[in-house]
Design a protein around this ligand. Structure first.
Ligand code: SF4
Length: 922
């Protein structure tokens, strides 16, 4: 086959169902030696009407189709035009599927020509592209794109794309070409012929040691050019130099149109600089609009340059992490003309583990999984060039297919014993981070790195923590220990199915006996696991009948809440599992020396990984089996896409002392900042939760107010006739009616924050139809759309209403008219039956304090302020916050909520008064 002789086919159809829909146009172009030699293009008359959608997309009208011939009259012409040519297409299975289906319906045989799919080729050669749409690719490759979605023109575009891809393949290094050739041959992909056509005799049929292809990139890191040591020109830099950048006519103002001098930002710069210079600890509550990211990043950068040191910046969200590294730092470097090294390190599960890749690659080859082979080759092609192996670099289809199987995790990482440690991405990132002056991480990584000594972040003494109000919860999560059915099941299956070692190793007779014994133990683990989680499931079934759960999506039951009998059964089953796991550990350890000598490195690494998994499970079981001091244990049931997931978990009740010991005492300076840290201008709650109040470390606190005129721009209303809360249908119906009246008055443009998924869902169904009469779209979190798409839809539909809970109290940033009103349905008190909340309340009470006033209320106030803060995101924003929880007015603690926010506060007696206020307020 000559890879430059081909026909390219494209079809337009009445829909995407190969069996049900019909052809409405076929376009075929013929190429010889890479040159266009002939064309075929015909509109086809379908038996059914063409939908408006398809007419709009293709431009093929029902009249054009009516005037055309039916398929059976042109079928022979098509078949003869194609002949026995190689057929190309962009998603060729669809085009060929439609064509063959039409041929079969007319009593003709299906075409069995060889095919090449340009969609597969592009995914292989350019796995980092965001879109594989033909129109997008045409633009990118500068291919003429007339009449998109007309068959012949699309076929021409596809042909030109193929020729461009052939040119790209000509540029492949001989090593990569040989690598592809060997593995592509295994799965009989037609790409073999293209590679042979291009590279001819240069190809070898030998298996290519792919690991060598990573060495080039790794060598680049090891031989990175050192920045020559010159005299440090920043050694005399001081605060005055930094201030001058932020002056009215300073360099930042010249380069950033939206820049304006903000006193609070200057104050924050000073505090950040002094925190670093004086090696102290500072907490800054920085109101919206201060520009706090610049206010700590620039001092941090100059400090690192001046002292030839390192500063680590930690954020809660990946969004903020990416904003700092992709936008803020490049802007600072360019504007100030400074060279410095910065690195972003994400949680390790964002990166590919080469050990897992090697395992998966071997499995796919052994199991002859052809489709997976194409995808894994695309992953390899990406990784040969990638510096980070970060999943966000590649096309979404590859991420969803593989990230669970390939992502690195500390639990299975073999560290120094890993056969791939020299090409490991985590190790490469560590190496780069070692040379960096600013390192941007997220809280989860920061804590797990410290608590579990993962040592991904290099040694540092200065730390800035943004979004600091979240650190207690994230640190708690990092300390979480637990097991679930899937985890135990997977380990047991590996043992039972003996996927640990290759068969030739198992042939050795004594080993055969040992592994047969292991199999028996593996089965025991499988069975005990089933018994344990069956019992957990039964407990939940009973409790669900008692209706004790606040949340529908994630239900938690503290072990202490269970009956004595249930506790006894649970502990017995956990002890049994623990015993089996200990025996497995012992049996596997016994074979270790023999296997080390008699297996190759990769095999042995798999075996060690399994042993490690067993050890981790054994350790986690210790936290669940018996009540550990300062730990709370619970059972959890979550439902995800109709699957029920059961977990047993244990977390520490307080993390303040650990944060102090492992982080704050260890660092010379720590700057903690967020827009919401204080309660009525007092930081005691925050400081006590993270251990500062009890520690000897001196910490300074500052409140820097938002530069926006909040009193002028926010109307806060607490109507006095809003429905009285009750967990019943009547309340929800009244609430829906009340919300309907507000939303009609505001003409949408509102974010409604709930504290309960159950209530949110029920109100959604009660409100949906009523609002649709007013053409106000109602969007809800967790139904049919990802959070990101939901927020985009909310931004784009100015009059829409968005209902959310949990993360939406703090995870939404929608400047402008679309979010002109925030409606807080209920004060965000934590769920009182949540095992962690219960344990923390008990802990506060045991120290002689009021758990309600010292823990529950301040926690809710911080969350309330987060929700409140969704309204004003920039200088132009203005609108209302409506609180439908009358406890703000009727209860003594309500004042703490009211006093914690700045706004023009009104307390209308009736909804009518509220509506008038909303309409007349200016
Ligand atoms: S060192 Fe750990 S993360 Fe790196 S490749 Fe090996 S197992 Fe994976």
């Amino acid at each position: 086959m000559n890879y430059l002789d081909f026909v390219t086919i494209d079809v337009e159809t009445t829909g995407l169902n190969i069996n049900e829909n019909e052809l409405i146009e076929v376009g075929i172009v013929k190429y010889k030696q890479g040159k266009l030699v002939d064309e075929f293009s015909k509109v086809i008359k379908p038996a059914t009407r063409i939908s408006d959608y398809v007419v709009n997309m293709t431009g093929i009208t029902n009249q054009m189709a009516f005037d055309a011939q039916p398929f059976d009259e042109i079928a022979d012409e098509i078949v003869s035009f194609i002949g026995d040519s190689l057929i190309l297409g962009h998603n060729v299975p669809f085009d060929m599927g439609m064509l063959n289906s039409a041929l079969i319906k007319t009593g003709k045989p299906a075409l069995i020509n060889e095919t090449i799919d340009t969609l597969e080729l592009i995914a292989l050669l350019m796995p980092t592209l965001r879109s594989y749409k033909l129109s997008h690719l045409a633009k990118m490759f500068d291919i003429s794109e007339e009449n998109i979605h007309r068959a012949k023109d699309d076929a021409l575009m596809t042909s030109n794309l193929y020729l461009k891809l052939v040119d790209m393949m000509r540029e492949l290094s001989p090593e990569v070409a040989n690598f592809l050739y060997y593995y592509v041959s295994l799965i009989s992909w037609k790409l073999v012929d293209v590679l042979e056509g291009i590279f001819g005799d240069k190809l070898t049929k030998e298996e290519y040691p792919w690991i060598l292809l990573f060495s080039k990139k790794v060598d680049e890191i090891h031989h990175q050019k050192e920045i020559p040591q010159t005299e440090n020109k920043y050694k005399n830099i001081d605060l005055g130099d930094i201030f001058s950048l932020f002056k009215k006519d300073g360099i930042i103002s010249q380069k950033l149109k939206t820049f304006e001098v903000r006193t609070a930002q200057i104050e924050m710069i000073e505090e950040a600089w002094q925190t670093l210079e004086d090696s102290k600890h500072t907490v800054i509550e920085a109101g919206t609009g201060i520009g706090k990211t610049f206010a700590y990043t620039i001092p941090a950068m100059y400090y690192a340059l001046k002292h030839d040191d390192k500063v680590v910046i930690s954020t809660k969200t990946k969004n903020l992490q990416e904003q700092i590294i992709d936008k803020d730092i490049p802007f600072i470097k360019k504007t100030l003309g400074i060279e410095f090294k910065s690195e972003m390190i994400k949680g390790r599960n964002n990166y590919v583990c080469m050990n897992k890749l090697a395992y998966l690659f071997t499995r796919i080859i052994d199991d002859k999984q052809y489709e997976d082979m194409k995808a894994i080759l695309a992953i390899m092609m990406w990784l040969f060039e990638s510096d980070y192996g970060d999943f966000t670099e590649i096309h979404n289809s590859l991420v969803t297919k593989f990230n669970n199987l390939l992502s690195s995790d500390s639990y299975s990482c073999l560290q120094g014993k890993c056969p791939f440690k020299t090409i490991c991405f985590i190790n490469r990132i560590k190496k780069r981070a070692k040379d960096a002056q600013l390192i941007v991480v997220n809280h989860a990584l920061l804590f797990s790195d410290i608590f579990y000594s993962a040592n991904i972040i290099p040694e540092y003494k200065h730390l800035v923590i943004d979004e600091a109000h979240t650190i207690e919860d994230i640190a708690t999560g990092c300390f979480s220990r637990g097991i679930n059915r899937k985890r135990l099941h997977e380990v047991a299956v590996k043992i039972v199915e003996q996927k640990i070692l290759a068969s030739h190793v198992l042939e050795e007779s004594t080993l055969k006996v040992k592994f047969a014994e292991l199999q028996i133990k593996g089965r025991e683990l499988l069975n005990t696991n089933i018994d344990l989680f069956k019992h957990v499931e039964t407990i939940f079934k009973h409790k669900e009948k008692e209706n004790v759960f606040y949340k529908k999506s994630k239900k938690k039951l503290s072990v202490d809440q269970l009956s004595d009998e249930d506790q006894h059964i649970l502990e017995k089953l956990l002890s049994e599992i623990s015993e089996v796991v200990s025996e497995l550990e012992h049996m596997l350890t016994e074979q270790s020396d023999y296997l080390k000598k008699n297996t190759d490195k990769i095999q042995f690494a798999f075996y060690k990984k399994l042993l490690l998994e067993i050890v981790y499970i054994k350790n986690d079981l210790e936290y669940l089996k018996i009540h550990k001091k300062n730990y709370v244990r619970w059972l959890e049931k979550a439902e995800y896409r109709n699957a029920k997931i059961f977990d047993l978990k244990a977390v520490p009740i307080e993390v303040g002392s650990s944060l102090q010991k492992y982080i704050f005492e260890d660092k010379d300076s720590v700057l903690l900042t967020s827009a919401t840290l204080s309660v009525k201008s007092n930081f005691n709650y925050f400081l006590s939760r993270i251990g500062y109040l009890e520690s000897n470390i001196k910490v300074q606190t500052h409140i820097l107010s938002s530069p926006f005129d909040l009193e002028k721009n926010i109307l806060m209303c607490v109507p006095q006739d809003s429905p009285q809360y009750a967990d019943d249908k009547k309340y929800l119906e009244s609430l829906a009616k009340y919300l309907e009246r507000i939303i009609i008055t505001t003409e949408g443009k509102a974010l409604i924050l709930f504290t309960s998924h159950k209530h949110m869902n029920e109100v959604y169904y009660l409100l949906k139809d009523a609002l649709s009469n007013y053409k106000i779209p109602l969007l809800i979190q967790g139904k049919n759309m990802s959070d990101r798409n939901l927020i985009t839809a909310f931004k784009q539909n100015i009059d829409s209403v968005l209902m959310g809970t949990d993360s939406f109290w703090e995870g939404i940033d929608v400047p402008g008219e679309a979010l002109s009103h925030v409606i807080i349905v209920k004060l965000p008190f934590e769920v009182p039956t949540d095992p962690i909340v219960m344990a923390r309340m008990e802990s506060v009470a045991s120290s002689g304090k009021s758990s309600f006033f010292e823990y529950v209320v301040p926690n809710a106030v911080v969350k309330f302020r987060q929700g409140f803060g969704r309204l004003i995101r920039n200088k132009e924003d203005r609108g209302s916050v409506i609180v439908l929880d009358k406890r703000v007015l009727s209860q003594g603690y309500g004042k703490r909520f009211l006093d914690s926010v700045i706004a023009n506060k009104k307390f209308p007696k009736t909804i009518k008064e509220l509506a008038e206020l909303l309409v007349t307020w200016d």
